[in-house]
Write a protein that binds this ligand. Sequence first.
Ligand code: NAD
Ligand code: DAU
Length: 334
Amino acid sequence: MRLLVTGGAGFIGANFVHRTVEDRPDVRVTVLDKLTYAGNRASLDPVADRIAFVRGDVADAALVDRLVADSDLVVHFAAESHNDNSLGDPAPFVHTNLVGTFTLLEAVRKHGVRYHHISTDEVYGDLDLDDPARFTESTPYNPSSPYSSTKAGSDLLVRAWVRSFGVAATLSNCSNNYGPYQHVEKFIPRQITNVLDGVRPRLYGSGRNVRDWIHVDDHNSAVWTIIDKGEIGQTYLIGADGETDNRTVVETILELCGRDPGDFDFVTDRPGHDLRYAIDSTRLRTELGWSPRYGDFRSGLAATVDWYRSHEDWWRPQKAATERAYARTETILE
Ligand code: NAD
Ligand code: DAU
């Protein structure tokens, strides 16, 4: 089988490529990635001699047409993925997340290629802290940020291409991932690397916002389950019952690093900051028989701390510029 992975030099895409190469030697993998600030060729070093890599834009119709014509399956991870960046400049989010997805859909339509669309639980907006509800496949879309609204738009494009043109697509919406190779702009790697650098972690606002953490390998095993067994045209929510507030995450990282768990700062809140995400993944578990391997968030986090401790060469080149960008908008609160 010939597999095209877009965004394969990013966090989740690179982990997906590693697993695929290990577990499915019959799959011939090609990665298409623009290598934006978020893409890193080094994330593919462990499998570099077993894949093909093409540097390019998912919105480049001629390139995408050529690559899709030579594929049996496309898994579309490529995106502008960071909410804070989307508040500073939404333009690349519209280009990559909307125009890029449109471009891929036109190519898979033309060549009759199977497509899996990677999306986020943020398309559903947020939940109150004391709301017993969780997101399901029938929760109405209500995105808050330029990032999540462009992801929501891309999901709707996929659904329309399935219904109007018979494109053979499945969709998945996953909660917050953590694990190796995640860019240091994101919450968990930012705080781990701050602590390793002797800098106090930074919590937005009250620190009470809740995210539903899932290990990246569990996300990716769910993606393969949906590709193997999912029903065309259907959406599956991916989550591992990992609801944790941000303050607890930071306290746990500090503890795991042998530091005082109170040794953090509160900083200015993110505008429009979603309060809580929570996934009900019953459909994926009961209809397709998937279950996560990393049941325990604390031990997954400990393994992630160890990974960043032993891979400073991977994250160090991005750290200073990332912190300089945050310093432009972030104020430490008394
Ligand atoms: P990331 O930012 O780490 O990686 C994105 C990758 O896409 C990078 O390698 C980048 O170079 C590439 N890219 C960006 N624009 C491109 C373009 N125009 N053409 C080709 N390549 C381009 O993102 P991630 O966290 O790995 O997220 C991957 C996907 O998973 C995204 O679609 C995101 O919406 C979705 N998702 C992420 C999470 C999460 O917690 N990180 C959770 C649910 C869903
Ligand atoms: O829910 C899935 C989404 O999770 C994905 O679609 C996105 O691509 C991914 O970036 C992530 O979005 P979040 O905005 O939830 O992730 P982020 O890592 O930016 O922040 C997680 C939480 O931590 C959020 O409540 C904001 C907070 N935060 C973040 C940073 C960077 C802090 O308190 N301090 C920080 O320094």
